[in-house]
Design a protein around this ligand. Structure first.
Ligand SMILES: Cc1ncc(COP(=O)(O)O)c(C=O)c1O
Length: 411
């Protein structure tokens, strides 16, 4: 792909996405559900099709297509080491982030017992709470849930400090909130965990499409994300500290490899999905171009951030100008993704999503599995939030259609 420069960024990006040739109500789709799952560029779909039609085989066999599959899996681990930091030997593939977290929780749970403590946060998606809560329940350990401050939608770091102590064994924290866009100070939390000898797990599902991730900078022990949120197929990726991937005991069948990282991959993998996920990393890197993938990803995320920042201001200003709307988010200038959760007067989130959908403006509504966020904001009885998220393919026209659509609904 050619190097893309602003201001035609979204226009050039969109050329890669066949979905935008579709028409709903006579218009292209204005897709604001990136936090639910992004659209997929042709290059990624082609990579999936090419794998299935030319290379489809099991790994570790003695024939051409099996060897090609081994090579593709290795190449994908390299792509994700470039994407997340760390080394290819620390990359584990799985069905999705939720399945990966439950899988890992069984192994981490083997080392827990009564008296041990696990810390989760109320700002997190259930996928970064339920596995650890269940693990603690199974092992008789205690869960400490750290609240967020409703005024700022940020984690209560003082409460976090109080929750983490000598009995803490694991701290699970989100990179960013999929409901309201808050970017957490992950490093601050992982430092607290390390100071007491606890492990840290980062849910980077909502952060990964918007910010360059480096596990070394974040200082975590595990980090998981999902390729379908950043232009790839439905595949989950785990980065785990090598020493832990080797030392912990995964739940696996005896004949499967005992070597990390493969020992963590249960059953036959979704090879085509993994190939597509690696193609998504290459597609992002291709936004910037160049042969050094890590450097290209650095620049590509700067471009994505710049594009999304400009549009975000337009979206927020437009929605805020509609009387009675309420955006639940961090104070201006605080770290955040371009995802907003909001309510409007006189129409439920469900109704807003339906009516916008009829006009080809796609948003999600409800709690987005961030159930504790909506509970704390007391939004459950009124249907939760409306959520709109920006992506590299979002245009000013999309944003204006969203704002106009809401204006019409509110009346
Ligand atoms: C922040 C966050 N964490 C975890 C998940 C769960 O991811 P997966 O669907 O890969 O299990 C989601 C999905 O929306 C999410 O937004």
């Amino acid at each position: 792909m050619d190097v893309i420069t602003s201001p035609s960024f979204a226009g050039t990006v969109r050329a890669s996405f066949p979905v935008f040739q579709r028409r709903v109500a006579g218009k292209p789709i204005a897709f604001f559900d990136g936090p639910g799952g992004s659209q997929v560029p042709r290059e990624v779909a082609d990579a999936v099709a090419e794998y299935l039609t030319q290379h489809n085989a099991n790994t570790h066999g003695h024939f051409r297509t099996s060897e090609e599959t081994d090579a593709a899996m290795n190449a994908a681990r390299e792509a994700f080491a470039d994407f997340l930091g760390g080394t290819p030997g620390e990359i584990v593939f799985g069905a999705n982030m939720t399945t990966i977290a439950f899988h890992l929780s069984r192994s981490l749970g083997r080392e827990l017992g009564p008296g041990d403590e696990v810390v989760v946060t109320e700002l997190d998606h259930q996928a970064n709470q339920a596995p650890w809560r269940r693990m603690a329940e199974d092992r008789g350990a205690t869960v400490r849930a750290v609240p967020f401050l409703a005024e700022t939608m940020q984690l209560d770091y003082q409460a976090m400090e109080r929750a983490i102590g000598p009995k803490t064994r694991l701290v699970a924290v989100g990179g960013a909130s999929n409901a309201v866009g808050t970017i957490n100070d992950v490093r601050r939390v992982t430092d607290m965990a390390r100071a007491v000898g606890a492990l840290s797990f980062v849910d980077a599902v909502h952060l990964a499409p918007h910010r360059r991730i480096d596990v070394a900078e974040l200082g975590c022990d595990f980090l998981a994300c999902s390729a379908y949120k950043f232009f790839g197929p439905h595949v989950g990726i785990l980065w785990g500290r090598r020493e832990l991937l080797e030392r912990l005991t995964p739940y696996k069948v005896p004949p499967a490899s005992n070597d990390a990282p493969e020992r963590w991959e249960t059953g036959t993998q979704n090879h085509e999905g993994i190939v597509g996920a690696a193609a998504a990393v290459d597609w992002i890197a291709g936004l910037a171009g160049g042969t050094d993938r890590r450097a290209a990803l650095d620049r590509a995320f700067e471009m994505i951030e710049e594009h999304e920042r400009g549009l975000f201001q337009r979206m927020v200003a437009g929605i805020e100008a509609i009387p009675g709307t309420r955006i639940y988010g961090v104070p201006a200038g605080a770290p955040r993704t371009p995802t907003i959760g909001f309510t409007v007067p006189g129409a439920s989130p469900d109704e807003v999503a339906r009516r916008l959908g009829e006009e080809g403006v796609f948003v999600w509504n409800g709690n987005f599995y961030a159930t504790t966020v909506c509970e704390r904001l007391q939004l459950d009885d009124c249907g939760g939030l409306i959520r709109a998220g920006l992506a590299p393919y979002t245009t000013e026209e999309d944003v204006d259609r969203l704002i106009e659509g809401i204006r019409r609904i509110v009346g």
